[in-house]
Write a protein that binds this ligand. Sequence first.
Ligand code: FAD
Ligand code: NAD
Length: 473
Amino acid sequence: MSQDIYDLVVIGAGPGGYVAAIRAAQLGLRTACVEKDKTLGGTCLNVGCIPSKALLESSERFLGAEQHLAEHGVKVGKVELDLRTMMARKDKIVSQLTGGIAGLFRKHGVTSVRGTGHILAPGKVEVREAADAYTLETRNILIATGSTPSSLPGVTIDGDYVGTSTEALAYPEVPEHLIIIGAGVIGLELGSVWARLGSRVTILEYMPTLLPMLDEDLSTLAGKLFARQGLELVLGVKVTGTSRKEDRVTVEYIGKDGQPTGITGDRVLLAVGRKPNTAGLNAEAVGVKLDKRGCIIVDEHYATSVPGIFAIGDVIPGPMLAHKAEEEGIAAVEHIAAKAKQARSTGHVNYDAIPSVIYTHPEIATVGKSEAELKKAGVPYRKGKFPFAANGRARALGETDGFVKILAHKDTDRILGVQIIGPRASDLIAEAAVAMEFSASAEDLARSVHAHPTLAEAIKEAALDAGGRVIHL
Ligand code: FAD
Ligand code: NAD
């Protein structure tokens, strides 16, 4: 392989890297994608977005069958959990999707290279696989090596009793008492899964409020609903370590009162964030600059401090989201291709319109600014709010918790932020993201025809409310 000269070598086949490789091939760039793991798809497909959503769906159906079918007049016998089948279903979905990427690479003519990528110099990527090592020559390198779970001093990951999200996606049996460190996205999603399947779940969180990055209205309601579902949320505490005795683990922490204390369970999930992954890449040695957090510093075209080396996704600053990584990958390679043809670059990511979803029950989805952010920036705004309790479809579904909130500029009416907590918020937020991408006003949404009865009518009503003319409230 050392005689091949590529236009682009992508390191990492997560959603950022594999999408970038396909787009590069579409643009006529001779492209190889180097991946160290056995399967393609990165964190997202193998141990992130996809398996977690499969388990969230299965566990919700289990809970629904156990607790909610009766109210629909559907009687079932004893509902039993078959965890092995639930896990096998999840694994099958993962392998179908990861295998699908291998097929997409073949279809688009991307060379898939198995091994660990190590940058020797601009234009030279050494691939190491077992005892083998060879060099790929390339005009451009795109680093898409993603992220790994952050650690915490005193907490020893043993990959079994004390683990990360990877272990929590594959526990062999339902933990009796699962202790989660960190009430972020992973803590709440995977905590929901295991609580629905019967675990006692305690979540220890450092911050005094739940999901502080969210609009306060959302986090307040979410906290109440999660507590109602039985998640024990212990806020404002500092975890100092873990200790294991046979099959029990104690998490030691400093309580709100400043006193050291502890809690004992049979599994611990550490979910205190993720860190950019540049281990073994040799990026810094060839001159690629990192920031204080270890993220690769890039310019608006995702170029690093070294000419010919680009970076995207979780390894650069910004929210760690699969769709953010994908869009950056596309923008980066469109820029690289344009440069090769001396044309104008078309790649662009609108960071003001990146939706973000927490797949709990109810789901929480946001795009754009929160009220606190607008207040801090001194931007005048008005808001419209509509509860799902007043939406016919939500009533028919029996899913009335939550609301849609729209924040629009006070003078121009341009939509600045949309927050949704409620049924299918993950799907509903797409309308808001598209509206924001097209610089729509709240009135644009309010005057768009929405089918009846749909959950999306709650968005229209919130937009009407922003203009002071809500109908169904
Ligand atoms: P990654 O997906 O991490 O891929 C990086 C790839 O690079 C990996 O395959 C790795 O093996 C490979 N690699 C690293 N170093 C090398 C090297 N030197 N040589 C060769 N290969 C290398 N995001 C969402 O948007 N929605 C969700 O619902 C969601 N759920 C999540 C659930 C969990 C439990 C977790 C952990 C994450 C979740 N995320 C979710 C986040 C999402 O997975 C990441 O934002 C996304 O995967 C980042 O994509 P990436 O391509 O930058 O990196
Ligand atoms: P996170 O940043 O969402 O949450 C980490 C939480 O841990 C925070 O609330 C933080 O205050 C808390 N914390 C930090 N240090 C602590 C300590 N010492 N003791 C107790 N709590 C502490 O991180 P995560 O949940 O690990 O997820 C990692 C990344 O993966 C996130 O950035 C997220 O974007 C991504 N992810 C996304 C989705 C999704 O889009 N649905 C799902 C899962 C993960």
